[in-house]
Design a protein. Structure first.
Length: 189
């Protein structure tokens, strides 16, 4: 898969972490093959026919299949699938921790299950390698903003969602709440 990065939305932290993971054999993490501006040259054209030379791109493993979010919208998982996917997500968290990385955005949308049933964790947009990372804007599956980010906390919420089809923490009106108000409501619960 080829991810072309919008120049206005380049996240230098994400690029640095992607470079750290490049060509690493990580269990249950999307494989990062290459990244940089050298991937976009004169022979690459955008959909409108313009050249995209010099734009940053990431070349990564293509994962066929569906996101966990897509699967959960269609059907309930079997107990075997819950256990299997949970073990694979933990392997992914362990792989990231070996490199000092906290994903901070583990949620069904960022987990893909390929056609062979293998789980791959995607999207490192708010990941960090800070030693005590702050929580970020992952309202349904992340730690509240006043806590340290912890992928194991998110993992527990994911397992509950996979097992029941529901969110453990479901605050009425959360879509309309500011992030800090949502975090305060989670703390209250």
């Amino acid at each position: 898969a080829f991810k072309l990065i919008n120049q206005e939305k380049i996240n230098k932290q994400e690029l640095r972490l992607m470079a750290k993971l490049e060509r690493q054999d990580l269990e249950n993490i999307v494989g990062i093959l290459d990244g940089g501006t050298h991937l976009t040259g004169e022979n690459w054209n955008d959909p409108e026919g313009g050249r995209i030379e010099g734009r940053y791109a990431i070349l990564m493993e293509y994962v066929d299949g569906q996101t966990l979010e897509e699967i959960l919208k269609k059907r309930k998982l079997t107990p075997h699938e819950v256990l299997d996917y949970s073990a694979q997500i933990l392997n992914g968290i362990k792989s990231l921790r070996k490199h000092g990385i906290t994903h901070r955005d583990l949620k069904p949308k960022n987990i893909k299950v390929n056609t062979q049933g293998e789980v791959k964790i995607l999207d490192f947009g708010i990941a960090t390698d800070e030693s005590h990372p702050k929580a970020r804007n992952n309202q349904e599956f992340g730690t509240p903003t006043n806590m340290e980010a912890d992928d194991i906390f998110s993992f527990g919420l994911l397992v509950y969602k996979m097992a029941t089809g529901k969110n453990l923490i479901d605050v009425p009106g959360k879509a309309l709440m500011r992030h800090d108000a949502y975090a305060n409501e989670i703390d209250r619960i």
